[in-house]
Write a protein of this length. Structure first.
Length: 309
């Protein structure tokens, strides 16, 4: 039998007895939707780890904003994260277009340099005696339970605007994703479009770091789209499945985090997303291992039957 403690906590979660539970749940779902959508284009373009580099690049901006303000001002911290994350993403894009640096090397350089600078700045803040009061460590691992109603509304507004922008430019983004040369030949400004995609990535990372943290935000940008790839053939359908997988991972991750005391929401979301990916890898209609095995056996049987005739 289930422990009565877990039953009580499950009832508290589903009945929303505490406001912070509803805020954490809403934020986790929004993060899953936004990351699933933006991550779809990153995965298909082969820039999966760009989200990891951008996430780590936000840390110097967070620490710098705190040093300037002198206290944990939410708007200033997010603005600092957006600025440094955007610079990191654009730096990767600039390095990748050069003849001497491969994209994976550019991602590694930006990730390590920016994250190293951020860690040094956090160490300095802690030595001044204000690190604990600031609570900046939550940006490393995330703390969805600390999200307020105001922050949730801001996250929802930014997330909706980001989704609408992607929907508006979905066709040119699709063309650039699959054949950049063709997109350029028909008059699409692929350079501006790529800058816009990098900007969307930076925004998605910034609004996600409080829920899942700098370290794990890349997982929510990569795993749901990989799940969607096993469930759909068309890009539009894959994007929808990616958002569904991200939203479900956020909801169940928030539930697991509340059910088991001491489990952070970010890691719980990633573990749930990984479980969904495992199911898609096995049973997905577009290349799932079990499904492909059944198809191969069916084809062999049909060939044997045709040969016997």
């Amino acid at each position: 039998m289930l422990d009565s403690q877990y039953i009580d906590r499950a009832q508290e979660f589903f009945l929303f007895q505490y406001d912070f539970v509803a805020y954490a749940l809403g934020a986790s779902i929004l993060v899953g939707v936004v990351c699933g959508l933006v991550g779809t284009f990153l995965v298909l373009r082969g820039f999966s780890l760009l989200g990891d580099a951008t996430g780590h690049a936000t840390l110097p901006g967070v620490a710098g904003a705190f040093l300037i303000m002198g206290y944990q001002h939410p708007a200033a911290l997010l603005a600092g994260a957006l600025a440094s994350g955007g610079v990191g993403a654009l730096t990767v894009g600039a390095f990748s277009r050069g003849p001497r640096v491969r994209p994976d090397a550019a991602i590694g350089i930006v990730l390590s340099v920016f994250f190293g600078v951020g860690i040094v700045m956090l160490a300095y803040i802690q030595r001044t005696g204000t690190g604990e009061q600031a609570g900046l460590e939550q940006f490393l691992w995330g703390n969805a339970a600390a999200i307020t109603s105001g922050q949730l509304w801001v996250l929802a507004a930014i997330g909706l605007a980001l989704c609408l922008a992607v929907a508006l430019f979905f066709r040119p983004l699709s063309m650039m994703t699959f054949d950049e040369n063709y997109a350029r030949s028909v008059g699409i400004n692929t350079a501006a479009l790529e800058i816009g995609l990098l900007g969307a990535l930076s925004v998605a990372v910034v609004i996600s770091i409080q829920a899942v943290g700098v370290v794990l935000v890349a997982a929510m940008l990569i795993i749901p789209p990989c799940t969607g790839r096993y469930l759909a053939r068309r890009l539009s359908t894959m994007a929808v499945w990616s958002m569904i997988a991200g939203a479900a991972s956020g909801a169940l991750g928030a539930f697991v985090s509340y059910l088991f005391e001491g489990v952070a929401t970010g890691p719980a979301m990633v573990l749930v997303a990984t479980a969904f990916f495992g199911l898609a890898l096995l049973f997905g209609p577009q290349g799932g291992l079990v499904v492909e095995s059944v198809r191969r056996r069916r084809r062999r049987r049909q060939l044997r039957e045709g040969g016997a005739r």
